[in-house]
Design a binder for this molecule. Structure first.
Ligand code: FAD
Length: 477
């Protein structure tokens, strides 16, 4: 009798992402992560166990067939891998860069139990970057020719963030005529006005993904404000059979403390919009005014705070502190962004809460008073509450403060659409299965339904709405 011992597959270490060196990148706006080579991608893909029932797919809100595309990468079939990804994800070069993979696909990877998960995001980015130039019709519709666009199947999207771009990609590839109406002069939503160039290049990535939709005859109308220049009713009168509202949640929240109106205090939204959309980082080619700040403080612990802090560092600040009232491990930012920020010299001022901004006597910000905090017991949500330590405050010199403590829905469209039912927090109420709102054939998704969330969740909502719109048009999946 032979005693055959099962040998377990030895898993090689995860292939690291090459990055620009921290000291160098902290002073430029070029992309931080440089991307895998083909050899690196194949090596990383070979780590995949090819699970029969892959859990990673369940962790992906747009259900990319992850195991299938990774199997193609492992064989070196990168073009095939791209079309597998594109079958469910119209923006893979973006998702590969900004998705919080550690809590989604990679978080669900079975390798987490003993090892590091497969670098799914890095592989998705590599594949997308290699084949992004390919013909959109061929890839999105998985057919050799562009779909015939039926002008009768007319769909409007309000807002051009990832939720609307997903609706457009899904429906246009199935022959619908989609028009996206955007309030700003550039399309992409937070992808262009919020997330900085050094994390998500605008020309090389966002514009190319948007370009693929233009190839599918999606029309983009900019400088067009829903609720001001047009109403949902106007769109219906113009023959749009379905309307998707994806206007995001771009109204900033403030700290509501004394001195918040001093010169030098910005919302992260305004600060990042000036730098990204206004290209203030590219002075003198663009002359958008911006305060550069010598001693910068940023308030919050999410991706927005990381982006603001790293932007200020790149604009030449001497010091940048991120002020957060909990501990660093409770920060909601993507782990990679937090690690990159610290490598670049950003100082984490944790267990500290701002209570007053102080002036230099001429209306300019000079310092902030911080309250020392400690972590208390978990509350109903299971998260530990930060509590002030009585009498323990201190001053920090600062001439630029950027507030990144969350956003609210922008009322411009909502106030002018009284039939659109809102929930108690002021976000649009949408059916969980179809994303249809209280107005028939009007759908909503993304941050305007969930509150500030993620690119991939906005895309997942767009996909759900698009599937329902297609079903009502009688289009088979
Ligand atoms: P948005 O992207 O918010 O786009 C909405 C669009 O609608 C905007 O272009 C707006 O101008 C337009 N609009 C608004 N009102 C009107 C109107 N009345 N008429 C016409 N157009 C209108 N998520 C991640 O997954 N990973 C990250 O790393 C990440 N980093 C982020 C960094 C920053 C600085 C910010 C602000 C957010 C970040 N997020 C990140 C969150 C993510 O970007 C959002 O969850 C996502 O963009 C929401 O998509 P959306 O389609 O709902 O709307």
């Amino acid at each position: 009798m032979t005693t055959a011992k099962k040998t377990k597959k030895q898993i090689a270490p995860r292939v690291p992402m090459p990055n620009q060196p921290a000291e160098e990148r902290a002073r430029n706006f070029k992309e931080v992560a440089l991307g895998y080579t083909k050899e690196m991608a194949m090596q990383e893909a070979a780590r995949c166990l090819n699970c029969k029932k892959p859990k990673c797919v369940q962790g992906c809100p747009v259900q990319v067939p992850i195991a299938d595309f990774i199997a193609e990468v492992a064989k070196g079939n990168i073009e095939k891998a791209y079309s597998v990804i594109k079958s469910t994800n119209s923006l893979p070069a973006i998702c590969g860069r900004v998705c919080p993979q550690e809590i989604q696909c990679e978080g669900a990877c079975i390798l987490n139990a003993k090892d590091q998960p497969i670098a799914i995001g890095r592989l998705e980015r590599y594949v997308a970057d290699e084949y992004m130039y390919l013909d959109a019709c061929d890839l999105i519709s998985a057919k050799p020719e562009c779909p015939f666009i039926d002008e009768e199947k007319k769909v409007a999207c309000i807002g051009s963030g990832p939720s609307s771009l997903t609706v457009a990609g899904y429906l246009a590839s199935r022959g619908c005529k989609v028009t996206i109406f955007e309030a700003l002069h550039e399309v992409g939503g937070v992808l262009v006005y919020g997330i900085p160039e050094f994390r998500l290049p605008k020309e090389d990535v966002v514009a190319k993904e948007v370009g693929a939709l233009k190839d599918l005859q999606v029309d983009f109308v900019t400088n067009y404000v829903g609720g001001k220049t047009f109403s949902i009713e106007d769109l219906k009168e113009q023959g749009y059979k379905a309307v998707f509202v994806g206007v995001g949640a771009g109204l900033p929240r403030f700290l509501n403390i004394s001195g918040e109106n001093l010169c030098g205090v910005f919302s992260a939204n305004e600060y990042l919009t000036r730098v990204n959309l206004g290209r203030a980082y590219d002075f003198p080619n663009y002359d958008t005014p911006i305060i550069k700040g010598r001693k910068v403080t940023v308030y919050g612990g999410g991706n927005v705070a990381m982006d603001a802090a790293r932007t200020a560092q790149r604009l030449g600040a001497e010091t940048v502190h991120i002020v957060y009232r909990r501990t660093a491990d409770a920060m909601p930012a993507r782990l990679e962004e937090l690690e990159h920020a610290v490598e670049e010299g950003i100082i984490l001022e944790v267990l500290a809460n701002p209570i007053e901004f102080k002036s230099d006597g001429s209306g300019n910000l000079a310092s902030v008073t911080l309250q020392k905090m400690k972590m208390g017991e978990p509350d109903d949500s299971g998260r530990c509450r930060p509590l002030p330590i009585e009498g323990e405050t201190y001053e920090l010199e600062t001439d630029l403060a950027v507030i990144a403590v969350g956003t609210r829905p922008n009322p411009v469209l909502l106030e002018n659409e009284p039939d659109l039912k809102l929930n108690k927090w002021g976000y649009i109420e949408a059916d969980q299965e179809t994303n249809e709102t209280s107005i028939p054939d009007v759908y909503a998704g993304g941050d305007i339904v969930t509150g500030a969330a993620t690119v991939i969740l906005a895309m997942g909502a767009g996909r759900k709405a698009a599937q329902e719109i297609a079903r009502r048009f009688g289009i088979e999946d």
